[in-house]
Design a protein around this ligand. Structure first.
Ligand SMILES: C[S@@+](CC[C@H](N)C(=O)[O-])C[C@H]1O[C@@H](n2cnc3c(N)ncnc32)[C@H](O)[C@@H]1O
Length: 227
């Protein structure tokens, strides 16, 4: 049974605590701060230098924070984005209403967009504005087989390898590697040696980057010149 409660993190933004896995959805040092650092600064921004149209694949829609930050960042720029996100334990109405992201910079005024992302249909792309569409898939990470070369940016945001080791495997990363275009990027908050090794075994070139507050490192992986 899923048991989650809302918590305010150090930068004032909310996150959820899942009492079954004992995991927070984001860092207690700041949910928005962490997502901005790992996924926007070190994932989305470098991907925009490599690709004209973004095809994002997220492992773990959760609160929708990464999705909303991606939308917000691209809103002012002339960049098209198709955003696919996997989730098997979606939030309920009450949990969604407890989150405060749109009361916090840089997401103020995005409440309607945020609720639309949560309320929209699953399984097919829904246009959120002229530049941004979202497709939510109710699929277990282990069962998802991305189509060949379908994406160019992956946000890997599962619960930590210490609580869900079965989701951080070479076989899952191999499927992602095949699903990425050349020069595609995968970013994750984890810097665990096991994850780094599994990514390398799957074919990725892997770099450790400085992490968000409270974490020394994160991982940045790319698909470079595959044969
Ligand atoms: C760290 S949270 C994701 C946080 C999210 N990206 C956000 O911005 O709020 C991990 C997410 O993975 C989901 N999840 C856990 N195991 C899963 C599985 N086997 N398949 C699909 N989703 C899973 C959880 O329900 C949770 O929403």
């Amino acid at each position: 049974m899923i048991k989650r409660k809302t918590i305010v993190t150090a930068d004032g933004s909310t996150t959820l605590f899942d009492s079954v896995s004992g995991e927070h959805y984001h860092s207690m040092n700041g949910a928005i701060t962490e997502s901005m650092h790992v996924f926007i600064e070190n994932g989305l921004k470098p991907a925009m230098l490599r690709h004209q149209k973004l095809k994002v694949l997220e492992y773990g829609f959760g609160t929708g924070l990464n999705t909303l930050l991606t939308f917000q960042h691209l809103q002012k720029l002339d960049v098209l984005c198709e955003y696919t996100t996997l989730e098997v334990f979606p939030l309920n109405e009450y949990e969604i209403r407890q989150l405060n992201f749109w009361q916090t910079e840089p997401l103020s005024d995005l409440e309607t967009i945020f609720l639309r992302m949560h309320d929209c249909d699953w399984n097919s792309f829904v246009q959120i504005d002229t530049h941004f569409s979202i497709r939510k898939l109710p699929v277990d990470f282990r069962n998802y087989n991305p189509a060949l070369l379908a994406y160019n940016l992956v946000y890997f945001d599962a619960f930590s390898p210490s609580s869900q080791a079965e989701l951080w495997t070479t076989s899952i990363f191999e499927k992602i590697y095949k699903g990425l275009e050349n020069k595609g990027i995968l970013v994750t908050y984890s810097a665990s040696g096991l994850v780094k090794r599994a990514l390398r075994e799957a074919g990725f070139r892997v770099k450790r980057l400085p992490g968000p507050p409270g974490k020394r490192h994160m991982l940045f992986a790319t698909k470079e010149n595959p044969i």
